[in-house]
Design a binder for this molecule. Structure first.
Ligand SMILES: NC(=O)c1ccc[n+]([C@@H]2O[C@H](COP(=O)([O-])OP(=O)(O)OC[C@H]3O[C@@H](n4cnc5c(N)ncnc54)[C@H](OP(=O)(O)O)[C@@H]3O)[C@@H](O)[C@H]2O)c1
Length: 190
């Protein structure tokens, strides 16, 4: 069964990136074993991200001539802008209500999971629509003065159930939370 998973890394005080979209805080940390990511991505059938995340990826691809588009899966970019796709990448652009788009996403995921890459506001749109099943967050040993928040919503009470804790190295811990009605839908992600 398809799960919608928000898989990301955040600073100890809950930021994805600094205000200017920099990820220096993350890349300065010891990186986790690649096998964890490989196990996760093998179960992903579709990827969705906001335009800031897409533009960050695009810019970094352009700056590194040896790099190529990293995803085999269809990628959806949510934007109200007219953005250009990357050559040889399966990229779709859409805007508006996530709930209306969801049946198309589900069909394209073909039984595998949907990875919400970020940012936090896009993950929150899935949460608001009752479509977010799992949050997988790698908390890094760094704090930022300000930045892009992990999930800009007030989520309290029994909504989130911690299902897995994995220490990845001396600077990263991975937490897996099941969201709301999905508490029995646990999986080993790493
Ligand atoms: N730490 C990590 O692992 C991690 C993971 C992911 C991202 N990041 C970084 O975190 C930052 C996230 O930035 P961000 O929070 O600003 O978010 P973002 O989600 O990447 O981009 C937000 C933008 O996407 C567009 N958008 C989102 N939902 C939409 C919708 N339903 N319809 C139309 N457009 C929509 C809007 O811009 P427009 O309409 O103007 O296009 C919105 O301002 C980036 O720097 C990214 O690289 C870090």
């Amino acid at each position: 069964m398809t799960k919608v998973q928000y898989y990301t890394a955040a600073s100890l005080n809950g930021f994805l990136a600094s205000t200017d979209d920099a990820l220096d805080w993350l890349f300065s940390l010891e990186q986790p074993d690649e096998q964890c990511y490989q196990a996760f991505i093998a179960q992903v059938g579709l990827i969705i991200m906001g335009s800031a995340t897409y533009l960050w990826l695009k810019q970094h691809l352009q700056q590194d001539p040896g790099a190529s588009w990293p995803y085999q899966q269809p990628v959806w970019v949510m934007t109200s802008q007219k953005l250009t796709a990357i050559a040889h990448a399966n990229i779709n652009f859409a805007s508006g209500d996530i709930a209306k788009l969801y049946p198309t996403l589900l069909q394209q995921a073909a039984g595998k999971n949907i990875w919400v890459v970020g940012g936090g506001e896009l993950a929150a749109q899935f949460y608001d629509a009752g479509l977010l099943n799992e949050i997988i967050v790698q908390i890094g040993a760094a704090t930022l003065l300000s930045g892009k928040p992990l999930l800009p919503r007030q989520v309290m009470g029994a909504t989130l159930t911690l299902s897995e804790v994995t220490q990845l190295n001396a600077q990263l811990v991975q937490l897996v939370y099941q969201v709301a009605s999905d508490v029995d839908n646990t999986s080993q992600s790493c």
